[in-house]
Design a protein around this ligand. Structure first.
Ligand code: SAM
Length: 346
């Protein structure tokens, strides 16, 4: 998924640090999961805890981390003969979805030209609205297990970035149509790893959660800059909640006072990191950050050494890979991704 700070490209580097320092570990906690790409990868080998302040991230985690396997949709099959709801939605003609009452079309009424915005086309908005209304109705009627419900919501959320008319985030929509927006919206069939462990997903402040859970490896990937995540991904949050919020302004922001991160402000990031590490009851701590972030490497080192075993502190510098174009590559040449390790006495 297109998401600021998605670590898909860094999985091999993180694994290398984990293998070097934490052999014999059994559990892995991804406390700032975002797309859940790191949690999904490590679920192959560890009992995984995942967490994020964003509800749509929770749905992605709940579907692929906490769920022990892909759901079977038995109740839906028994009641309606639908064994594969993903195919059911994806193969349906958009015309047939016109039966959905206009008042129920939150995406079309707010994020598409019919509602004065251009995040998605009118027809893709209708496909999203039809899927979300149907999933909620099936859930109300008791036709979905909790695993099946979250799986379908996550499949909708994962599909939206493929047809979104944006330049990276939902901070604003583009004023002309991107080619990607013209593709047909489909739900994504998500793979679910079965690892034989009990895995658990959460949707809360990371520091608060760390008061209650403990384990072996703690992977920390906080925001690096002032950009709050919710306003940049509000459309996905609304797709997941489907809660008909009152939107504001040209870009159609939803309220997000409860989902502000202390890691996005110079004033509070250091204190928040200090509190997070203070709460952590994990032996191996790995931080992802970059050399252009709000906290400096010196500050990070001081805080990590305050809570961990100073002699175990280690930093890996990884060339920044987000940008592919040559001109931008020159500008970001000095920028490095950081993987910072420390061992903690617990
Ligand atoms: C750099 S991103 C994580 C990216 C993720 N590793 C991935 O590969 O997709 C940071 C994440 O931290 C979350 N976040 C920020 N502050 C948080 C907090 N106090 N508690 C939990 N999650 C938080 C944001 O919502 C965002 O999803």
């Amino acid at each position: 998924m297109r998401f600021i700070g998605n670590k898909t490209q860094l999985l091999g580097n993180i694994k290398e640090v984990v293998d070097r320092h934490a052999a014999g570990s059994r559990s892995f906690c991804d406390i700032f999961s975002g797309t859940a790409s790191v949690a999904r990868f490590f679920k192959q080998w560890y009992a995984v805890y995942s967490n994020d302040l964003l509800y749509f991230s929770y749905c992605l985690q709940r579907a692929t981390i906490e769920a022990p396997a892909k759901p079977t949709f038995d109740r839906l099959a028994a009641a309606l003969g639908i064994r594969d709801p993903i195919a059911y939605f994806n193969e349906m003609d958009t015309q047939r979805m016109e039966s959905l009452p206009v008042a129920k079309r939150f995406f079309q009424n707010n994020y598409a030209p019919a509602g004065g915005r251009m995040y998605v086309t009118d027809s893709n908005a209708l496909r999203i609205d039809f899927a979300r209304n149907t999933i909620e109705a099936w859930n109300r009627e008791g036709l979905l297990s909790p695993d099946a419900y979250y799986y379908l919501v996550a499949s909708v959320v994962e599909g939206i970035p493929f047809v979104s008319n944006i330049a990276g985030t939902y901070g604003a929509f583009s004023k002309t149509w991107d080619r990607r927006a013209g593709k047909l919206f489909t739900l994504i069939d998500l793979p679910v790893v079965s690892n034989g462990f009990e895995n658990k997903s959460y949707n809360e402040d990371g520091t608060a959660l760390l008061q209650r859970i403990s384990g072996d490896i703690l992977y920390i990937d906080p925001p690096y800059n002032e950009r709050q995540y919710l306003p940049n991904f509000h459309v996905l949050e609304t797709a997941a909640r489907y809660d008909f919020p009152v939107l504001r302004g040209k870009t159609g922001q939803r309220p997000y006072a409860q989902q502000r991160s202390a890691f996005c402000s110079e004033k509070t990031a250091g204190k928040a990191f200090d509190a997070l590490l203070g709460s952590a009851r994990f032996r191996h701590i790995i931080l992802s950050y970059n050399t252009d972030g709000i906290m400096t490497l010196d500050e990070i080192e001081a805080i990590m050494k305050k809570h961990g075993i100073a002699s175990s502190f280690e930093v890996s510098f990884i060339p920044y890979r987000r940008f592919k174009s040559k001109s931008v590559a020159t500008r970001t040449e000095d920028l490095k991704e950081l993987l910072v390790y420390i061992r903690k006495e617990v």
